[in-house]
Design a protein around this ligand. Structure first.
Ligand SMILES: [Zn+2]
Length: 220
């Protein structure tokens, strides 16, 4: 099944998790900017070195550079050509959305749906503060209803299970306000193809909603 989708939502809205689930079930490629940047850096090309520099110095990678990387990915990745993509975390600003529009045009691709994961800040704070991650294998637990059997120790690999350093309440609120200011204007930008989904339900319920939306769009 080939789909061109874009997921919008605040950090912690669960869109990345759902994109991953959709990829696993239908083969639609999840394109997350974080993964793309890591990929490019690992390749150690000129572009990779340039990106590594920004990241290393704690600077934002400029829009043009990110768009260039996405453009390469769309043009070259065979899976994307066959199965489509879910853009996750990109575009982040209206300016990036303008640049993306041009890239999609050049590749004869058109966004079929923009899915917005609607969730309020307090729910995100509660959700992220409860999240515990294994430092070794990445398995995610949570302190409300899914703790490892041994406190602080991963059931799978025995690694150390703890909250990520970046997940303090202050940092969560800061990330949310940046999202509000820079990314939320995209809701207006994509008004015509926007579909809202309740991001505060449990994972499986959200995925069911998503499958319904996606398949309705597919058959339309
Ligand atoms: Zn582990």
């Amino acid at each position: 099944m080939k789909k061109f989708l874009l997921f919008l939502g605040a950090p912690g809205s669960g869109k990345g998790t759902q994109a991953q689930k959709l990829q696993n079930k239908y083969g639609i490629c999840q394109i997350s900017t974080g993964d793309l940047l890591r990929e490019v850096i690992a390749r150690k090309t000129d572009l990779g070195k340039k990106v590594a520099n920004y990241v290393h110095n704690g600077e934002l990678v400029p829009d043009e550079v990110i768009v260039e990387i996405v453009k390469d990915k769309l043009a070259q990745d065979k899976d994307i050509k066959e199965n489509g993509f879910i853009l996750d975390g990109f575009p982040r600003t209206v300016r990036q959305a303008d640049l993306l529009r041009k890239v999609l045009q050049d590749n004869n691709m058109q966004l079929e749906a923009v899915v917005f994961f609607e969730i309020d800040l307090e729910t995100i704070v509660k959700r992220i503060l409860g999240r515990l991650t294994c430092a070794k294998c990445g398995k995610i637990y949570n302190s409300y209803n899914n703790l490892p059997a041994q406190e602080g120790q991963c059931d799978v690999c025995g690694g150390k299970v703890a909250r990520r350093v970046d997940d303090t309440e202050e940092k969560i609120r800061k990330r949310f306000s940046i999202y509000k200011e820079q990314t939320e204007p995209l809701l207006g930008y994509y008004e015509d193809s926007l579909i809202k989904i309740a991001g505060d339900k449990d994972l499986n319920a959200i995925f069911e909603d998503l499958e319904e939306i996606v398949s309705a769009k597919i058959n339309a």
